[in-house]
Design a protein around this ligand. Structure first.
Ligand code: HAM
Length: 403
């Protein structure tokens, strides 16, 4: 997980995104208002509790609304556009199953203050680069536009009329809640609902001119970035704050319930829902446990946290004292080094070096002390060389890091 976090942070920085942290819990109202009263998150997945003053609080189920709330409080001092990323835990009271956990981790990015379709293309490119950087190739970008407050209401009515006529073919859940949010039916993974969704009128054919041209711009940007995608007219996303662009990256090898590695889109109305000015925005949230599942599914190695470069082994009192000094020198020079606490036989220390995942053991015994050297042993194959103690730091400084 640490390695996944490190890679995400490095990539986000490369694109000019800055790290942001928000509290682990916030006023329930923040999530209830923004995710939507009919969303799964609000209706059944929030971890809500009362504090000692009977205020309703909720463990963070998603990152977009909190980042927007934080931004609105301090927007005068922020750059525009505001580009932020987060790496944090989310909590959802979902029925636990493979790929759907009550606590999961997300790598998320958000861009506030950019209406330009180039911003949509950029966040998608960041997510794509992240997955490809891990070696994943069996991934598919699904793309849709779900319109805005101009074109969506009329589409909603048209869809509702169609769904009412096909009521009998849907699952009970949707039959009962059809009127609240007809778009949710399009997102349902149930076979019967999918069949209905396939025949339903498509929002993509009903976009107003500004939404249409924005969507064309997003696709031009993706093409320019060398990405390919499939248009998925039933992709609507599960949270209410979305407008226009909606996307998901799926790993087709995983089962449908867990196949979405990341999802996101544009949310041009979110800031206003929170009482702020008009701040267009776009971003994604990526489930890191799902990324690990996709890595396993494609038979790739899990990236590892950079390991220890050298374990300094000191034999005898003088050797141990020297080992401690050497470890200090190496660390001061930025070389990851460790050494044993207290007196241990040579063999035991070499075993420790091995278990610690060190690439080298640097051994200091009587012979080495006399000659002012260390025996540097490459643990992978046991190959040894004598290195002068003074040159050890320089010798290992160029080794870089594993993983
Ligand atoms: P979301 O689609 O609800 O969007 O979640 C984003 C990703 O988090 C999903 O695609 C999935 O990989 C992962 N995920 C969600 N729930 C779970 C769970 N229970 N267990 C494991 N993984 C899970 C959002 O949260 C939006 N805030 C994303 C966003 C950012 N949109 C714009 N900006």
């Amino acid at each position: 997980m640490r390695a996944l976090y490190d890679r995400a942070a490095a990539l986000a920085r490369l694109y000019g995104y800055r790290y942001v942290e928000t509290p682990g819990f916030e006023a329930t109202d923040l999530f209830a208002r923004t995710s939507g009263e009919t969303s799964d998150v609000v209706t059944k997945e929030m971890y809500t509790f009362e504090d000692r003053r009977r205020r309703s609080l909720t463990l963070r189920p998603e990152g977009t609304a909190p980042v927007m709330r934080a931004y609105l409080a301090e927007m005068q001092e922020q750059p525009s556009p505001f580009k932020a990323y987060y790496l944090t835990r989310m909590y959802r009271y979902a029925r636990p199953q493979e790929g759907r956990y009550r606590e999961h981790r997300q790598f998320g990015v958000e861009v506030f203050g950019a209406e330009d379709p180039g911003a949509d293309a950029e966040v998608i490119a960041v997510g794509d680069a992240y997955l490809r950087g891990l070696g994943l190739t069996q991934i598919e970008l699904q793309l849709n536009s779900i319109g805005d407050e101009v074109c969506r209401p009329a589409y909603r009515e048209e869809l509702l009329a169609f769904l009412r006529a096909n009521r009998d073919r849907m699952t009970d859940e949707h039959r009962d809640h059809l009127e609240d949010n007809p778009l949710r039916v399009l997102d349902c993974k149930d076979e019967a609902c999918r069949a209905v969704a396939k025949e339903a009128p498509k929002i993509i054919d009903r976009l107003c001119d500004p939404c249409r041209s924005h969507f064309d711009g997003v696709q031009a940007g993706l093409k320019d970035a060398g990405l390919s995608w499939v248009l998925e007219p039933t992709l609507v996303r599960g949270l209410d704050y979305y407008t226009r662009t909606a996307f998901e990256f799926v790993s087709p090898g995983l089962s449908p319930q867990q196949a979405t590695l990341f999802g996101g889109g544009r949310y041009d109305g979110l800031a206003e829902v929170l009482g702020g000015p008009h701040v267009p925005g776009v971003g994604f949230g990526m489930g890191l446990e799902r990324v690990l599942m996709a890595i396993a599914q494609e038979g790739l190695g899990v990236p590892e946290e950079p390991g220890l470069t050298v374990f300094v082994v000191g034999v005898g009192d003088a050797g141990r004292a020297r080992a401690l000094d050497l470890a200090r020198e190496l660390r001061a020079a930025g070389v990851a080094a460790d050494t044993a606490f207290g007196d241990r036989p040579l063999k035991a220390q070499l075993r420790m070096a091995d278990r610690a995942g060190a690439r080298y053991a640097a051994i200091v015994g009587d012979r080495e002390l006399e000659g002012g050297s260390v025996t540097l042993r490459r643990l992978a194959d046991g190959e040894q060389e004598d290195v002068s103690a003074d040159a050890l730091t320089t010798r290992l400084g160029g080794e870089g890091h594993a993983g």
